[in-house]
Every structure is written in C-alpha cells, then in structure tokens.
Design a protein around this ligand. Sequence first.
Ligand SMILES: *[C@@H]1O[C@H](CO)[C@@H](O)[C@H](O)[C@H]1NC(C)=O
Ligand SMILES: *[C@@H]1O[C@H](CO)[C@@H](O)[C@H](O)[C@H]1NC(C)=O
Length: 349
Amino acid sequence: MGLCRRRLTWLLLLLAVIAGTLLSRYPAALRVDSEPRAGPCRRSVRGAVQQHPRFQRLFNLSAPVLLSEDLLTPELWARLSQRKAPYGWQGLSQQVITSTLSLLKGSDGTELFGGRWRQRPRCVRCAVVGNGGILNGSRQGLNIDAHDFVFRLNGAVIRGFEQDVGTRTSFYGFTVNTLKNSLLAYRSLGFTSVPQGQDLRYIFIPSGIRDYVMLRSALLGEEVPEGHDKGDRPQKYFGPDASAGKFKLLHPDFISYLTERFLKSKFIKTKFGNLYMPSTGALMLLTALHTCDQVSAYGFITSNYKKFSDHYFERVRKPLVFYVNHDLSLEATLWKSLHEAGILWLYQR
Ligand SMILES: *[C@@H]1O[C@H](CO)[C@@H](O)[C@H](O)[C@H]1NC(C)=O
Ligand SMILES: *[C@@H]1O[C@H](CO)[C@@H](O)[C@H](O)[C@H]1NC(C)=O
C-alpha cells in the first residue's frame, strides 16, 4: 500500500514536471487561454470591457455585426440612403442592394458562427492575422493555428510562411477593391489566389456598389453582369461553393459605429475626409472583438513598427508608409490600449 502510494506520488510529480516544461514553451497568453476550453472563459472581451470605464462607454456588444435581408427595413433604407459612401447607400442602386440582401437571410446571414459552427466551443478564441512585417521570422504559426477561428485579410500570403503565420483560415475579410489590389500588387510576392477551403467564410466589407454586385454574383454563382467588375467570375476568387452560409456582409451601421467610436480620425475633418476608412485589418480585428470571447492580434501595427518591413512577405525590406486613407497611428494607439486593458492580446515581439 505504502509503496503504491509512493509510486503514485512519483508519477504525479513526474507528470507535473512534464506539464510544466511543456507549458513554459508557450507564451503566457496562450497558456491562460488554453485552460477555459472545457468551461466558460476565464477571461473574456466582455468581462475586460466591463472593468474599463473608457472602453465600457465605447463598446456596444449588442450592435448587429452582419447585415442580411432580415434586418433590411424601410427605416434602415431611409437612413442609409441619406448617408454617403463608403458606408452609406447614398446614390447606390436600391435594386442591387435589395436583390443582394434577399440572398442573405436566416441565422446563417446574421451570425458569424452560424450553420454547423453553432456547435462551437463555449469559449471562442480567435486569432486575427494582419499582414505586418513584424510576423517575418516570428515563428507564431502554431500559436495562431491553435485558436478556434483564424481571421485573415487582403494579401494574406501563407505558402512559404507557415511557420510564421500558420496555415488555417476561418474568415477572410476584404473589400472588392482591396482584394483585387492585393492580387495585383502582391502576386509576385506569392499572393496568387484568395485563400479557399470548405470551412472558410468570406467577410465582405461594403465600401461601394461593387461589393454588393460582386457578392450577389458570388451567391448566384454567376458572372458579374455589370459595373466595374463586369465579366469577373466570383468562383475564381472564392471557389466553387456558392452557398449562402459561405458569405457574410458587415453591416454598414456596424462599420460607422466602429469608425465613430474607435477610429474617429482627425483626417475625417480634412479635405481627405472622403478617402478615410479604418484599415481592413482594423475592421477585422474589431469584428473579432465583437464576436469572439478571446482575441489575439498578430501582424498589427505596434510601436516598434520601424524595425520591420511593411509586410511580412516582402523579400526586400520596405518601410511602412502612412497615407491619409487610413490612420495607422490612431490604430496603433488603439491596439496598445486594448492590450493594456486586457481586452485583446497583441503580439509585439
Ligand atoms: C447598442 O446597439 C443596439 C443595437 O443597435 C441599440 O439598440 C442600443 O441602443 C445600443 N446601446 C448603446 C448603449 O449604445
Ligand atoms: C525577414 O527576416 C529575415 C530573417 O529572419 C531577414 O533576413 C529578412 O531581411 C527579413 N525580410 C524583410 C523583408 O524584412
């Protein structure tokens, strides 16, 4: 009996040492995150927001994130058709917008984690992967892939960078303009196609009529019949599956709320105001913060950005240049303060 107990003690001690060694290889954030899988989250975006008066005033976690036919009321039409692009519908074809939204309905349209994903873990852990040069040589691939859902955007090159950025993609976010620009600008650097896969969902960011026209064609599985992208085959970008659950559309009100509350740049009041939009990365990260329980941000701008290239996939180092269409210093400050408030975890190398 005594011998048995002693053996058991040794065994437990040995297990504890092994577990300790394994755990110490992972960054602290992951270690904390990997525990609550069985039960509710130990830390969550919601919980952390409630403890910070400033962020409690900014966040509205009940604002609808996605738009589908169910939310298209005469009141919404009246309001958005008074608002200018990029997020309003002023001057846009009502026929295009209503026919697009009619193809997006039900809970698959309104929920990011719809369909069979409804059986999701009780604590949803998301990684959002921006394309910043900080990821070159970072070896964060396994950590990124260990999350329940992985968000990527624009020129998300994966091949050749698996060790640094991982391999999984659950959501890919873009505007038609940024998607096509990425394919043109980064083709020679390895971005030869948009990520595709059975479990992958596309998040359309509406910034003009092009996005609605392309989305409608994608849902119909047809060639784009009109406008800027006339003749394009959406399958070329998104693969053969054209089911409704595959495509999500950010709600224009959600984008306006994010811009107003989190990224209200001083550029808005200048003559460049109509060019200004939060970056695609910012919109994806804020989308994750409003839908996931825990969020890790990789490849987003940090205070040490000058040490890195613009993107992780560049072969020759290229400095990050600030243009007036985005406000990257404002975004950098926001990510840092959200990290300090424990609302997200920012990879800062
Ligand atoms: C949050 O958003 C919902 C839905 O848009 C709205 O009804 C509610 O008034 C908002 N709450 C706050 C505090 O802004
Ligand atoms: C990426 O990192 C490698 C070392 O890990 C370095 O040699 C190379 O210059 C970096 N590329 C860029 C574009 O900064």
